[in-house]
Design a protein around this ligand. Structure first.
Ligand code: GLP
Length: 244
């Protein structure tokens, strides 16, 4: 779907998420959300915070699973996705801290595989993700599933693509400081979500959006796997939709 601006698009998704949360709350059920970092979801989180503050939307029945985290990464570091989520969303809403899940960038390397298995199992134990929010990297990654990631890939440790590290350089004060690895929810974990919403804003995303939407399904561009998902919406502003 194409909207003139990001702020118009995110309002529609925030409304959908709010309805999901409240209808689950009425049934006494948890709402299971998969969340993303990066600049793309920021206006969406702003709108959720506004709905909490102005409309009384409660997140007490919400459990969240974030897509990814750099490895290694301390949660207090400026670039950590833990810190990003706290600053952009969790510090401003009434979600219970025990319901927040983010891949752990502080684990010793020999504990990562076990952590990832448990992460996927924990998502399954809630009956899977009700809705997954995604951004898209210029490599066509979702989460940190870089080119080469398979459709059946689980949550795991991955190596970051050079273009991803280049794009992250300004956050880290130089490319040489960007971690080489990350822990990411797998393509399989993402594809199991009942509903997926991908945000893409600005003309820097236009080329990869064209390939993701119109190109053949291929592990060379992991976002193309979303073409196989029965309930995915890709939301673009005019800039990101320019090459469609
Ligand atoms: C990072 C994140 C992705 C995100 C991508 C695009 O690589 N791990 O989840 O989609 O950046 O970021 P932005 O939304 O800032 O363009």
């Amino acid at each position: 779907a194409i909207y003139p601006t990001a702020s118009e698009a995110v309002k529609i998704v925030a409304k959908e998420v709010a309805n999901l949360i409240t209808s689950k709350a009425q049934k006494g059920e948890m709402c299971v959300l998969g969340l993303a970092t990066g600049s793309s979801p920021i206006p969406f989180y702003k709108e959720l915070v506004r709905m909490h503050k102005e409309e009384g939307l409660s997140f007490k029945n919400v459990v969240t699973f974030n897509l990814d985290e750099y490895y290694p990464m301390e949660p207090t570091a400026k670039q950590s996705y833990v810190r990003f989520m706290n600053e952009n969303l969790f510090d401003h809403i009434d979600i219970l801290p025990e319901n927040v899940n983010i891949p752990d960038g502080t684990l010793p390397v020999d504990k990562v595989t076990d952590f990832c298995k448990k992460y996927d199992a924990k998502i399954d134990s809630y009956g899977g993700l009700d809705l997954q929010v995604l951004g898209i990297g210029r490599t066509g990654h979702i989460g940190f599933n870089e080119p080469g990631s398979l459709l059946n890939s689980p949550t795991r440790m991955v190596s970051l693509d050079p273009l991803t590290r280049f794009d992250a350089a300004s956050d880290f004060g130089g490319e040489e400081n960007v971690p080489r690895k990350a822990i990411t929810m797998g393509v399989a974990s993402i594809m199991k979500a009942k509903r997926i919403v991908l945000f893409a804003w600005g003309d820097a995303k236009a080329e990869i959006i064209r390939k993701a939407v119109e190109g053949p399904v291929s592990e060379q561009i992991p976002t193309t796997f979303l073409q196989l998902h029965p309930n995915t919406n890709i939301l673009c502003d005019f800039g990101a939709a320019m090459e469609l």
